[in-house]
Ligand binder design. Structure first.
Ligand code: PMV
Length: 333
């Protein structure tokens, strides 16, 4: 084993209070606070090896060389690690997702968090979750939250902060605090057409509702946070749906519009509402920058929710996830 090599695994996370919009594009700071659950079994494994014989950085994702854009984002993170550790070697990064990338689940969060941990460890830097989180945040804001397990918050970075570059997520409650389930209804294969970064920058520049979104988000995040601490699913669920729909409404009002919903998205949202209103099941829906829906419910209700969503028109399959641990270093395979 080479000295300058290390591996890490991190899990995806789903935002209950959504991040959408940047306070600072260069530093990649969020304009709103967000709150999430880190999810098992949606795991990304990443190995990083600094090697003096490499002419450039290499990045293999699920066995295939990544495209130029992905390689550039990875290279930018590696450059920060090299600068901090005083290294000049290029690196080989090998990343695999335990869940299908094409399932439309956010693999950038788990991917950049695992990369941040593995690259730092390979460079001989100490394992520090706050530093790993801040470094992952520079690449993808949601990745900051995957550093911690269970329920996690990425607060707002105050404009007066002394070190905005160190802005990181904070753990709220561990996984065992509240064993909720997230039933993912996968509604399409393949990559989304408008990525989250492009979508939110365009929304901020053109949506007449962007100001209202930024203004109303802290209160929704506070409701989600309080509901998690009190294990109050109604409180969390109502605030999560409000955050989700406000984010999407804001994006839809952009010129030209940014619409992530597809017909099956609306069908699943209606099915979740029917489960709640007609069957009395406490289940609430959210959706990110894509057509899939994630439903939050108690563990006992998850099989029923999965069955109903799986039978909804346009749903390809479902996957049930639960709160899982934060980023961890991995021994050589
Ligand atoms: O971290 P990014 O740039 O991939 O953006 C994530 C945006 C949402 O998934 C829609 C919301 C969130 O908070 O995760």
């Amino acid at each position: 084993m080479s000295e300058l090599s290390a591996g890490a695994r991190a899990r995806a996370n789903i935002a209950l209070a959504k991040y959408w919009g940047k306070a600072d594009e260069a530093l990649n700071l969020p304009a709103v606070p967000s709150v999430s659950i880190t999810l098992d079994p949606l795991v990304t494994h990443t190995r990083v090896r600094f090697d003096a014989s490499l002419a450039g950085d290499r990045f293999l994702l699920d066995g295939a060389p990544a495209n130029a854009k992905e390689l550039a984002r990875v290279g930018a993170l590696l450059d920060r690690v090299r600068a901090e550790a005083g290294l000049s070697q290029r690196a080989e990064v090998v990343s695999t997702n335990d869940f299908p990338t094409a399932a439309g689940l956010a693999s950038s969060a788990s991917g950049f968090c695992a990369l941040s941990a593995a690259a730092r460890a390979a460079a001989g830097l100490p394992f520090d979750l706050a530093v790993i989180s801040a470094m992952a945040r520079r690449a993808s804001v949601s990745a900051a939250r995957s550093a911690y397990g269970g329920y996690v918050e990425l607060p707002l970075c105050e404009p007066s902060a002394l070190a905005p570059d160190a802005h990181a997520a904070v753990p709220l409650c561990p996984p065992e605090h509240w064993p909720l389930r997230v039933v993912v209804a996968v509604t399409a294969e393949g990559r989304k057409k408008v990525g989250s970064t492009g979508g939110m920058i365009h929304t901020a520049a053109t949506s007449p509702f962007y100001g209202a979104w930024v203004e109303s988000s802290p209160e929704l995040a506070a409701q989600v946070r309080a509901g998690i601490v009190a294990r109050d699913l109604v409180r969390v669920g109502e605030a999560m749906e409000a955050s989700t729909l406000a984010m999407h409404a804001c994006a839809m009002a952009a010129r030209p519009t940014v619409i992530y919903f597809q017909p099956p998205t609306l069908a699943v949202l209606a099915a979740v509402r029917a489960l709640r209103e007609e069957q009395g099941i406490a289940v609430y829906a959210t959706a990110d920058a894509g057509p899939h829906v994630k439903a939050l419910c108690h563990a006992d209700d998850a099989p029923r929710v999965a069955q109903t969503l799986g039978a909804t028109e346009g749903v390809l399959r479902t996957l049930t996830a639960e709160p899982g641990p934060g980023v961890e270093l991995e021994a050589e395979a």
